[in-house]
Design a protein around this ligand. Structure first.
Ligand code: 6PG
Length: 497
């Protein structure tokens, strides 16, 4: 084979799955992995596929020279390697192996977006750098991921047919369709090299918060309503039939109804309650803090994972800080569950509003001109946060591309109005029972602060001026005019600074 469409370097879970997906769709792939085990597995996979009537062909290359020799020109080489310095070292190896300046290198890993920006500049004139953030895990990569592409615009023309073919697809109502059916692909070109990975980072921040909200609902039903994992799983399965329909709700329902094959107990109850993280949610929270685009519920989800990992401290505190809160009596179960449903839904809307606000702030700062309808559109299937209500988000941004805040869209404003009682009531019950609802309540605080025409930052500015002469603006003058009050003189007088 000397004219393969694309190479895949890194044949771990994601790389291998993307390669097989490409082959399913008629593209010929050359694969390579530095690890001899993965290489050998690819070789036998290629032999197996050569016996079958495949649309695309598969070649397992033994080194980068063989890989480059088997690609059609200009070459397209996708990397599926761990984020960080490995991406650069593979690129340097490719350059040494004879990569030309017309060739395209596509980073499909979970790279930090600023690394992608840096690479676009650093490799200019040596190769065409492109990035594509992939969401959907192993199954998504194999049968239809969501692909957030960015980088060299001309390179996109060559990559687009492949990415559109392998991406997840939805029908005109936003409902996912099969791998080989016609539909709108969940793959799009988003802008300069950093944009795709930035959008994926925010996707993951939303993912962290979305997961946290579902976990809090589980915790509440288990601790306050004394429901079994099986029963909670059934409630989630029901919720998954309505406005909360989403991949994360679907898998949570399944997880909760699964038994541990070793003990026969509910599986979830034998899993240690210490959350791990690879860091993309943390990147989102840090980015939100750095640029003053408030995403408190995403940050709260990162804190919740950190607090969960302080297991030994929590075990001690459970004894020495035990509370004497009386259990709430007379809670009507169905009513409480229905309020909780609305609490999760309203908080979820708010989390997406925080995520899209972060995208907007960064898009304006970086001059990316991100198309929010397009982003919502490619999150409707394939990715981890796919959810039925992404169709409404797509429609909201299609109708008003420069929407100030997602919650201003009529559909969502109406939903929040009619459901916020359950949100508030659930949080009140969580406070009165001592069962934490950090994500759900942080979202409500964000929502309430958003609705507050006047916040107490007037007192805060006065405090700053009092102890640090940091100045303030007056409501009866132009905001640009700054003043200081001589707090420590008698009489106190105001000076312009
Ligand atoms: C996806 C996922 C994927 C990965 C997360 C897990 O979109 O396919 O987000 O990227 O599962 O990075 O992140 P944590 O290990 O930090 O939970």
């Amino acid at each position: 084979m000397s004219n393969a469409n694309i190479a895949m370097i890194g044949l771990g879970v994601m790389g291998k799955s993307l390669a097989l997906n490409l082959i399913d769709h008629g593209f010929s792939v050359v694969g390579f992995d530095i690890d001899p085990t993965n290489r050998a597995r690819a070789k036998s996979e290629a032999e197996r596929l050569s016996q079958q009537p495949q649309k695309g062909r598969y070649l397992a290359a033994m080194d980068l020279g063989e890989l480059l020799a088997n690609l059609a020109s200009p070459r397209v080489i996708a990397l599926s390697v761990p984020a960080g310095s490995i991406v650069d070292s593979v690129i340097v190896d490719l350059l040494n192996a004879g990569l030309s300046r017309e060739d395209i290198v596509v980073d499909t890993g979970n790279s930090l977006w600023t690394d992608s920006e840096r690479r676009e500049v650093e490799y200019q004139g040596k190769l065409r750098f492109f990035s594509t953030a992939v969401s959907g895990g192993e199954i998504g990569a194999r049968f239809g991921p969501s692909l957030m592409a960015s980088g060299d615009e001309e390179a996109w023309l060559q990559i687009e047919p492949m990415w559109q073919a392998i991406a997840a697809k939805v029908d005109s109502n936003g409902i996912p369709v099969g791998q080989f059916e016609a539909g709108e692909p969940c793959a799009a070109y988003l802008g300069r090299a950093g944009a795709g990975h930035y959008v994926k980072m925010v996707h993951n921040g939303i993912e962290y918060a979305d997961m946290q909200l579902i976990c809090e609902a589980y915790h509440f039903m288990s601790s306050v309503l004394s429901m079994s994992a099986q029963q909670i799983g059934q409630v989630f399965a029901q919720w998954n039939q309505g406005v909360l329909n989403s991949y994360l709700m679907e898998i949570s329902a399944d997880i909760l109804q699964t038994l541990d094959p070793v003990t026969g107990k509910p599986f979830v109850e034998i899993v240690l309650d210490k959350a791990g993280q690879k860091g993309t949610g943390l990147w989102t929270a840090v980015n939100s803090l750095q640029h003053g685009a408030p995403a408190p519920t995403i940050a709260q989800a990162v804190f919740a994972r950190a607090q969960s990992s302080q297991k030994s401290m929590r075990t001690k505190a459970a004894n020495c800080l035990s509370s004497d809160i009386e259990p709430l009596v007379g809670l009507e179960q169905q009513q409480t569950i229905s309020e909780l449903h609305d609490a999760v839904y309203c908080a979820k809307l708010t989390v997406y509003a925080q995520g899209f606000d972060l995208l907007k702030v960064t898009s304006d700062r970086e001059g990316w001109q991100l198309d929010f309808a397009n982003i919502a559109k490619i999150w409707r299937a394939g990715c981890i946060i796919r959810a039925v209500f992404l169709q409404h988000i797509t429609q909201a941004y299609r109708a008003t591309p420069d929407l100030d805040n997602l919650l201003f869209a009529e559909h969502f404003a109406t939903e929040l109005k009619s459901r916020s009682y359950g949100w508030r009531s659930s949080i009140a019950k969580s406070a009165m029972t001592g069962v934490p609802m950090a994500g759900i309540s942080s979202a409500l605080s964000y929502f309430d602060a958003l609705r507050c025409d006047v916040l107490p930052a007037n007192l805060l500015q006065a405090q700053r001026d009092y102890f640090g002469a940091h100045s303030y603006s007056r409501i009866d003058e132009d905001e640009a005019a700054k003043y200081h009050l001589n707090w420590h003189l008698e009489p106190r007088n105001q000076v312009r600074v």
